[in-house]
Structure formats: C-alpha cells, structure tokens
Write a new protein. Structure first.
Length: 374
C-alpha cells in the first residue's frame, strides 16, 4: 500500500488513492490554466474529476457491500487514474450471488444518473448531448451537472460490456454458470470477451484509437481471468495438507544475507520463512535477497529486508481458498500451522503450480479413458 494514500474509511472499508491519481489532478489543473482558463475554472475542472471519481467509488461500494451480504469481506478500495478497484476477497461462486454482486456496481451509477436527471428536470437544466458543447457558449459550471450525468451513463455502458475484466463479463459468466459448470462458463465467457476485444481493435483502426486500447485491455483481462478460474477448477478437491512441503529451511532474523544467498545457491528453495525467538516474523523471496544484497551488502541481517506480511494457513483449509488469499495479498510463500499452532510446513506458489499440472494431467487421463470407452 506504500504507493497509495488513505483518504477515508467508510463502512469498514478503506478508500485509497494511488499517487499517480494526484499527478492526474495536477496535470488537469495545469493544462486547464495552460488552455487559458481562470484559476476558478481550473478548480471546477478538478472538482469535476473528483465528483466523477466519487461516482466510481460509490460504484465499487455497490460491489463491496453486496458481496458483504454473502459473507465476502472487502479490505479496501483503491482509485487509479483508470478507475477504481475493490479488493473483494473473492467473487461468490453461487451464480445468482455473483450476478447480484457484479450488477450492483453499475446499478449504483444508474441510480446516480436517475437522481441527476430528476434534479435537472426540477432545476430546468438542459440535457447533455454527446457532442462537445462550445466552451464559449457554456460556462464550465453550467456543464458540470449535465456532464456528470453523461459520465455515469458511460460508466454503466462501459462496465456492462460482456467481457472480463468488466462487470458485464462476470454477469455473462454468472448467467452461463446457471447452465454449465464454472470452468466451462468462465472459458466460454472469456472466449466471447476475446472475440469482442478483437472486434474493438478492428473498429479502433477504423474509427477511434481508444477502442484499440479498450480491446487490448479486455483481451488481457479475459485470458487472465480464464487462467485463474481454470486453476481454481483443477484445485477444487484438494486441501492445503495435500500439497504442503514439510521439508524446508527456516532462516533466522539474525542470519546474514550471505547465508541466505548460500542456501539459495545450494538447493531448490526460492522463498523462505524468517523466524526470531521461535516466532515467525515474515517471509523472504529470492528477489528480496538479491535486492538486499545489492542495497545493504552480504553482512547485513535478514531482519532488515524481511517482508512482514503473510497469512496463517492450516492443513485442513481448501487449497482454493489458500490460493485465492495468497493471490490477493501477492504472497509467494506462507507458513502452515497445525491445530496446536505448531509450524508443520510451508505452501508456496510452486507447490500450487505443481498440483495444477498433476491435476490437469490426471483429468487428461480420465478424459482419454472416457473417450476410449465411447
Ligand atoms: Zn464494477
């Protein structure tokens, strides 16, 4: 979270803004001044961007608070210059619940748009056209409300494009999951999304460069989501105990970076847990060790470079849940504790990857047998 600034905490969820968002605001302010606007007008432009992002935050709260009803917590919402991201712990796997969580975001913008529309009717304001108004005819403050209506409509339309990573992709997947299993539904939704993405790129070359950008964004999102879901599908019946590693080398907080380098060179392990006074104080990856070596030298203690984040896993946990949590927190290794709180092993991304390969080979075997029988 070091790149993000906490702005507010509402309904138990922290709202962060990414520092690049501040650059966006500064850029808008300066370019407004550069275009010959007065300071007041430049501030109104900033105000508009803030109002727009407030709508985006409300959209994300729509997802987060609906997910909470189904027992899925959200740690935070982060605003990036390209939009908002709500870090839901996972998406509900029940199709009806997923449908409602996915649609709740755009639904918020529909409500906002209706409220603005009603206000404009009462106040006698003219509706926006998709054409840009001539700035000399309308002052910025007069355009503020109609444009806010327009961006909410765009938010709804954009998010309902039926392709991952847009909400529309999840809506499509949820609808397909009502008929097919989740992996099939995900793959089908991803293929439809990629087909649309290619269409966007194609249209982009003919009409508008931005469509190419949207197309590429969708194309990458669709394949990423499909890979994630296939992994989850393959890990479905496994528990953490099925794949955890009992053999590992714990490092000590007072060990030197050189010692970690030796162990790194000596065996297959790439990530380690770090202990101090028989307590785990964090984890360390190969990249951390190499960076530490460069910045602090080999004599420095691991305590200086340890990554203090990890999640306690238990052997009875569903492997899928452990995988989702590790992905969410971008962890490559986690300690596993038994019911007495004793460290019994570790789980890393490589264990999970191996389990995926074994499961997919097994399924291939089963399919071959089934094909042979037909
Ligand atoms: Zn959304």
């Amino acid at each position: 979270m070091s790149w993000s600034l906490k702005v507010v905490r509402l309904f138990g969820i922290n709202v962060y803004i990414h520092w690049t968002f501040l650059i966006l605001l500064g850029w808008i302010f300066l370019s407004s001044l550069g275009a010959g606007q007065s300071t007041t007008e430049a501030l109104i432009s900033i105000g508009f961007v803030l109002a727009f992002f407030a709508c985006v935050v409300m959209h994300e709260y729509g997802h987060a608070l609906t997910a909470r009803r189904y027992g899925i917590p959200t740690k935070n919402i982060t605003l990036l210059p390209i939009g908002g991201v709500a870090s839901l712990e996972k998406m509900p796997e029940n199709p009806k619940e997923e449908l409602l969580v996915a649609i709740a975001g755009p639904a918020v913008n529909v409500v906002i748009a209706i409220l603005i529309f009603l206000y404009m009717q009462i106040a006698g304001l003219e509706l926006p056209t998709t054409q840009l108004e001539d700035p000399s005819q309308l002052s910025l403050s007069q355009m503020f409300i109609p444009n806010l209506l327009l961006v909410n409509v765009i938010l709804v339309l954009f998010n309902l494009i039926p392709a991952f990573p847009m909400d529309g992709g999840r809506v499509l997947r949820a609808l397909l999951s009502m008929k097919y299993d989740r992996a099939t539904a995900t793959n089908t939704a991803a293929k439809i999304g990629q087909f649309l993405a290619i269409g966007f790129v194609f249209l982009g070359f003919m009409y508008d460069f931005w469509l190419i950008f949207i197309g590429l964004f969708i194309f990458l999102g669709a394949s990423g989501e499909s890979r994630y879901e296939t992994t989850r599908f393959l890990l479905e019946d496994l528990k953490v105990r099925d794949v955890l590693m009992h053999q590992f080398t714990p490092l000590h907080a007072w060990d030197s970076i050189s010692k970690a380098v030796d162990i790194l060179l000596d065996g297959q392990e790439k990530e380690f847990i770090v202990e101090e006074d028989n307590q785990i104080i964090g984890t360390i990856s190969r990249d951390d060790i190499l960076r530490g070596l460069k910045e602090h030298g080999g004599e420095a203690r691991l305590k200086r470079i340890v990554n203090p984040d990890w999640i306690d896993l238990s052997p009875d946990m569903q492997l899928n849940d452990a995988y989702a949590k590790m992905q969410q927190s971008r962890l490559s290794i986690c300690p596993v504790f038994d019911e007495n709180g004793e460290l019994t092993g570790i789980l890393n991304q490589e264990n999970i990857l191996e389990a995926v390969m074994i499961q997919s080979a097994r399924r291939g075997e089963i399919e071959q047998v089934e094909e042979g029988m037909n």
